[in-house]
Design a protein around this ligand. Structure first.
Ligand SMILES: Nc1nc2c(ncn2[C@@H]2O[C@H](COP(=O)(O)O)[C@@H](O)[C@H]2O)c(=O)[nH]1
Ligand SMILES: [Mn+2]
Length: 369
């Protein structure tokens, strides 16, 4: 069967040819039906910002080690007027999520997993994982926003985190057992085992984001951290096509279009967006961009930025946000300049009628692991 390849881009879009080559190479794998490159696509072990539809086979290496990674938006119950940025920064500088008591009784699906993984619950992880206080800066669809219970004038918390060392363990186990990127044929030994482990990792990541949100909110003095939006951007899910055939959507840095509104994250120095995906995006593997996507590789960031802009400017960004991060290296690696322009990613999706806008969010304080 011929694989359909679709790349969502326009002339102005910033997409490296190497990312497209990676997508085309993955699209050649057996059982591949459709490959979609979203506007945030960039190079990874397999391309990030992409969705792949297969028939009769699942590829754990496409999903990678951070199974279940996603974005969750929580209400905090704090009025923007009462949120004093400098005070929150000072409080968060003392927060050590790694040193907190593990708490996993609240997730029954995870009862049987090893203690070493349970201990990681409630920790955010390194790299670009974050917990970010945000305010609504522009409303595009008032009705949709009030249906979500989101109010202008209040502070929200966006948490981006995944399944920590548990996801890594799952990937290694299945790759070792099944010889790398060969994939798991539906119906053979190993297929159901991966799907069960994958399901647990998705619960793990979701639980993790909830515990992080509750710890961060408690730490700054609010008992509220109510989940409003949740989306998983690294994972596999199945659906039936119009002929009743079961197909598998692999999402690697791609948000689902069929779970309601989604937060598309920008960077700690730019806006993020709440968007409503359009219905029946089957040509796009029922997926939309999950973020802005990297423009620069991690290792090139410090060299590019160090002598060009001041340390103060690296910490801030277009919208003058604030970062709490004990790892100096990460401040460069995760600088807003290292990411593509979120406005362009959003414009590309609007141009294809993939989404409508609900609201945009400004970062106030970003906590990185
Ligand atoms: N609002 C923020 N968005 C951020 C930050 N750091 C990264 N990002 C965005 O999130 C996605 C996540 O990428 P993933 O492939 O690792 O899941 C990334 O593309 C950026 O657009 C931040 O500090 N704040
Ligand atoms: Mn992620």
């Amino acid at each position: 069967m011929e694989t359909t390849i679709k790349i969502v881009k326009r002339e102005k879009s910033w997409i490296e040819s190497s990312a497209i080559e990676q997508l085309e190479s993955v699209a050649k794998l057996g059982g591949m039906v459709r490959a979609v490159g979203l506007p945030d696509i960039h190079v990874g072990k397999t391309p990030v910002g992409a969705a792949f539809v297969t028939k009769g086979i699942v590829y754990p290496h496409i999903i990678g080690n951070d199974v279940g990674c996603g974005m969750s938006l929580f209400s905090t119950g704090i009025a923007r007027k009462k949120f004093k940025v400098s005070k929150v920064v000072k409080k968060l500088e003392k927060l050590q999520l790694d040193a907190m008591e593990p708490c996993c009784e609240i997730i029954p699906e995870l009862e049987d997993i090893d203690e070493q993984f349970k201990r990681k619950l409630g920790t955010i992880g390194s790299g670009n994982h974050f917990a970010e206080f945000q305010e609504i800066c522009e409303v595009h669809d008032n009705d949709e926003l009030s249906k979500l219970g989101i109010k202008r004038g209040e502070v929200y918390l966006l948490v981006h985190s995944g399944s920590r060392s548990y996801g890594e363990h799952i990937l290694r186990k299945h790759i070792e057992k099944n010889m790398g990127g060969k994939g798991l044929l539906q119906g053979i030994e190993g297929f159901n085992e991966y799907m069960d482990d994958h399901k647990r990792a998705v619960f793990f990541a979701m639980g993790n984001r909830m515990i992080v949100a509750s710890s961060v909110c408690n730490h700054i003095g609010t008992s509220e951290s109510r989940l409003i939006l949740n989306s998983v951007h690294n994972g596999v899910s199945s659906y039936r096509d119009e002929f009743g055939e079961e197909l598998f959507i692999h999402r690697k840095g791609a948000a689902p279009s069929d779970v309601g509104c989604i937060v598309v994250a920008g960077s700690r120095g730019s806006k993020s967006y709440i968007v409503k995906p359009s219905e029946n995006l089957s040509d796009y593997a029922f997926s939309i961009s999950h973020g802005a996507g990297r423009k620069w590789s991690r290792f090139s960031c410090k060299e590019r930025l160090e002598n060009v802009i001041s340390k103060r400017a690296v910490r801030g960004g277009d919208v003058g946000s604030n970062i709490v991060c004990s790892d100096k290296k990460l401040i460069y690696e995760e600088a807003p300049q290292a990411y593509k322009d979120i406005e362009r990613v959003i414009e590309d999706m609007l141009h294809e009628n993939m989404i409508t806008l609900v609201a945009s969010l400004n970062p106030l304080v970003t906590y990185k692991g």
